[in-house]
Design a protein around this ligand. Sequence first.
Ligand code: ATP
Ligand code: MN
Length: 539
Amino acid sequence: MGKVIGFKNPTATLESLGIKNTNTEYWNLTPEELIEETIKRGQGVLNSTGALAVDTGEFTGRSPKDKFIVKDDYTADVIDWGGFNTPLEPAVFDKLYAKTVAYFEGRDVFVRDSYACAHDQYRTNVRVVTEFPWANMFAGNMFLRPEQSELASITPDWLVLQAPGLHADGAADGVRQHNFSIINFTKKIALIGGSAYTGEIKKGIFTVLNMVLPHEHKVLAMHCSANVGKEGDVALFFGLSGTGKTTLSADPNRPLIGDDEHGWTNDAVFNFEGGCYAKCIDLSAEKEPDIFAAIKHGAILENIGFVEGTREVDYKAMPRTENTRVSYPLNHIQNALPKSVAGEPKNIFFLTYDAFGVLPPISRLTIGQAMYYFLSGFTSKVAGTEVGVTEPQTTFSACFGAAFLPLHPTKYAELLGGKLQSNPLIKVWLLNTGFSGGPYGVGKRMSLPHTRALITSALTGKLNEVNYEVHPIFSLHFPTVCEGVPAEVLNPRNTWSSPETYDIKAAELAKAIHNNFKKFEDKASDEVKAAAPKVLAEA
Ligand code: ATP
Ligand code: MN
């Protein structure tokens, strides 16, 4: 056994995991100690506000094509195979597991005991074993942190092994290339190799919970942020990457429950995590004061650039990727809820980044529409900076998180539908946080203060007292007035210089949404199907 530093359950060993002859084992170090170990190894520096800045190496984002789920008796008939869920033989997993533990031999290893799910009934202990100190600190930031006294007797439910320096032999090892992220539900292990991108750790456990909670406990697992008002009224914000979950849930008047992953039981909403993982690109103290202030000692910045010759972060810079990030524990947000559990939602927002500039800034959805847009998960990815690419790229991500859903999307939709049916007071809103005044290239991004004003009026009930218009193609109900937002912004057709061009683009989007939904049609009720946008016969 290697030398042991830190604090652990005396019965816990790495040998029991097959990890032998390590150099030093560092168990449950404090953030200060992990920062020291990171700097000592030349793997990070401190910025001007005391946050640790690291470089995640080859990978600066998740690699969905290299994500696998072990196909065995437990998963074979349950997982929605294909798409984002690629099957892997148990024997292939066993071989890569053996390679991973062998890789740790002779090396320093960092172990962290943490847990997921703030709701006592669903608490899931996770032991995270990493090659790098800062990845261990990331796990400490993002998962929930046990009390020091609990550590002496803690036992893990799940194990995460992360070895970025281990490169698989691609096809010879039964995977696609040198990096892999494998979930084994039977052995309760998430195995990560070849990539140091921390998001693989976070979203690996998210994928686990997206299976276990709905499948075994009938708890709806959701890719959403959540906050709660003074009267205990909970709001959820669903959306794909970059649509505004983290930004819009940070609200000085509404304590934060969490910024990305939640569960919804019969009577409660709870956070899976104990931290936030915010985008940094173009961050400013003026636009996003809460997030800006959270970037201090204890936070970890990833792949950011500095103002030359200083340790001041240049938030406009993207030296390696546009996906510059920061992780920090939830308590870095000043008005975060101390225990991330609250009651049932009163308002649900679907955030869509509509690069067509077609959808209204806010619409109120019927239950049928809510189900339709939940299953559709429409959003757009703006084309990169490649020469000549100016058209938006439409994407559909079922339940606003298809990449993390082991079960078929209809399983999550059924759970959501049941909740909406049994509680008709829950309001569901569709927000367009994408373009206004024209498509990408012509219009501009919806103003953040306007989006915030729309949300505030929805939450305070003011939008229940105004007149609504019905969109002729999408049948969406949108308000005609809202405090803090110019009336002409509310109807997207008014914001385009040519209303006729708007109509053409709207028909195009309607057709795309319609075509995407075909795969759900045989499983959808008449009420849901009736929520489809109108498509011209010849379109
Ligand atoms: P991820 O799942 O990757 O964490 P996210 O949904 O949490 O993504 P955010 O981190 O909130 O997304 O990113 C939204 C980005 O868009 C922020 O940088 C924010 O400043 C910017 N933004 C600009 N205009 C708006 C708007 N009207 N509404 C929301 N966000 C906006
Ligand atoms: Mn986020």
